[in-house]
Design a protein around this ligand. Structure first.
Ligand code: FE
Ligand code: ZN
Length: 499
């Protein structure tokens, strides 16, 4: 008997709606215990519009084709010593930061979507999450494969999963995803699918992929292209979940707004690392962080939130603060890494004179006033053989876990510092945004694993910092850390290029 041809939409219907069943002897509420505790009200799951419309057989076929092309490029990269084609060995440090800071988040996304994919009463949402979960597993695998060739030639790539769980600055991305995954299923989707993937993802992926392209890193560019079609589906899920929640019940609106405010702020704090990468770590620049923010948030996000206004959703709280901070955060972040370059798993450096001029040009309001003088001082000290490293451990924000390095936008010369008390203990924050998040769920954030606190409590080995870096973090001291200048990475590069 000839099989009846179904179109994709009908096939998808069979894959989703018709896979669900009525519960005859179990209580449906007990089968989906996480669906209500966040206060979200779902009245009719059948209103869910499937964002992916991709059947499993089509999915595997597309993905397999993409993988075949991707791995052919990886192969060519290895065969042709692709690592020699990067613009400048400093570039590779951006790759180290990506592998240790971002790739493990792809794995967290895989776990997170697999978990919430079990928790929704609506089968369409469950299938969408399961598919995204598989995408995320592919992302972590392809990223590791894209970056692994560098491990043969450069320091700092050897133990990235271990580092992600322990290293002080990597607790910033790690705690971001830990926070999302320990929220309820709807908060997870608003956090990751909407706030991060729909609103902010272009600020992570475009700079990294264009950065890779501008700096000769064929593997990372190709991975980026391969992930892009997945990203497009993920963004559709992000938008669908927001519209669905807002249309289901008016009581959902304030809850969703609170999550948007929270995850926009947490996302912006996380993106300080990307801003720093764009302005300081890419030898061939793509655009400044400030320009990226204007294009990908102020223009695109502005239009999005105008559209969401009809549901009663407004711009994320403190978007005005971030707009001012775009002039500052990348400089503050790289300066912090420069000052703690002995405790980082990648190399730091003083921008070249040409780069300092580029920064002055891109940040006419702030760079010469606040930041250039610091670099001129650092240059002078280095020339005198007095390169300094900060020896005191920095205080961390209890929410975002970034060291207290952000300044007050009312007075950009002064540190921004907030604190609150909870059950007789004092907690410290980098901003009103982070302080608000804590106050809303103090029982959650008092559990924050703050690397500096943990060091002082003796939970990271030690007592001396070099012991912690070596034994607890697994850094190879004198190779992974310190300045690019005089590093084994630089030494090898010179040898390859002179040969
Ligand atoms: Fe991903
Ligand atoms: Zn903070």
């Amino acid at each position: 008997m000839a099989a009846k041809k179904l179109n994709l939409k009908d096939k998808y219907k069979l894959l989703t709606r018709d896979l669900d069943w009525e519960f005859s002897y179990e209580d449906r509420k007990e089968a989906f215990p996480y669906e209500e505790f966040e206060g979200i009200k779902i009245t009719d799951w059948s209103k869910w519009e499937d964002p992916f419309r991709l059947t499993m057989d089509a999915y595997w076929k597309y993905q397999a084709e993409k993988e075949k092309k991707l791995y052919a490029i990886f192969d060519a990269f290895q065969q042709n010593n692709g690592h020699l084609n990067v613009s400048d060995p400093r570039y590779v440090n951006a790759v180290k930061l990506f592998l240790t800071g971002v790739s493990p988040l792809e794995y967290q996304a895989y776990q997170g979507f697999a978990h919430v994919g079990r928790q929704f009463g609506g089968v369409g949402a469950r299938v969408a999450c399961q598919m995204q979960s598989i995408d995320e597993l592919r992302h972590v695998q392809t990223q590791v494969h894209a970056m692994s060739p560098y491990n043969k030639f450069f320091d700092g790539f050897h133990d990235w999963t271990h580092m992600h769980d322990r290293v002080w600055y990597l607790s910033v991305p790690k705690s971001f995803f830990d926070d999302a995954r320990t929220g309820g299923p709807f908060e997870f989707l608003v956090a990751i699918s909407f706030s991060f993937e729909y609103v902010l993802t272009n600020l992570l992926f475009v700079p990294f992929m264009s950065g890779a392209a501008h700096n000769g890193d064929l593997n990372t560019v190709t991975f980026g292209f391969s992930a892009q079609s997945d990203e497009a589906r993920h963004m559709t899920l992000g938008l669908e979940v927001i519209k669905f929640l807002l249309e289901q019940h008016e009581d959902n609106v304030p809850i969703v707004q609170k999550w948007i405010d929270k995850w926009f702020w947490r996302g912006c704090r996380l993106l300080s690392l990307v801003g720093m990468m764009m302005d300081y770590m890419l030898p061939n620049k793509v655009m400044s962080w400030k320009e990226a923010w204007e294009v990908y948030f102020e223009e695109a996000g502005g239009a999005l939130f105008k559209d969401l206004a009809r549901y009663g959703i407004r711009m994320p709280k403190y978007a005005d603060v971030v707009e001012k901070e775009k002039e500052h955060v990348s400089h503050q972040a790289w300066w912090t890494f420069y000052a703690y370059g002995h405790a980082a798993g990648f190399h730091t450096w003083i921008p070249t004179d040409k780069e300092l001029d580029w920064l002055s040009e891109k940040y006419p309001e702030t760079f010469d006033k606040y930041y250039r003088p610091r670099w001129e001082l650092a240059k002078k000290l280095e020339a005198e053989g007095k390169r300094f490293y900060s020896q005191a451990l920095p205080q961390l924000c209890t929410t975002c876990q970034v060291p207290m390095m952000f300044t007050d936008m009312e007075n950009p010369g002064e540190l921004s510092y907030r604190s609150t008390e909870y059950k007789g203990e004092k907690y410290h924050f980098c901003s009103d945004g982070c302080c608000d998040i804590f106050k809303d769920e103090p029982e959650k954030y008092v559990q924050s694993w703050l690397p500096v606190h943990q060091i002082f409590q003796g939970n990271c080995g030690g007592p001396d910092v070099p012991d912690i870096l070596k034994d607890f973090y697994h850094f190879n001291l004198g190779a992974d850390n310190l300045d690019m200048k005089g590093s084994p990475d630089e030494e090898r590069w010179k040898q390859w290029k002179s040969a």
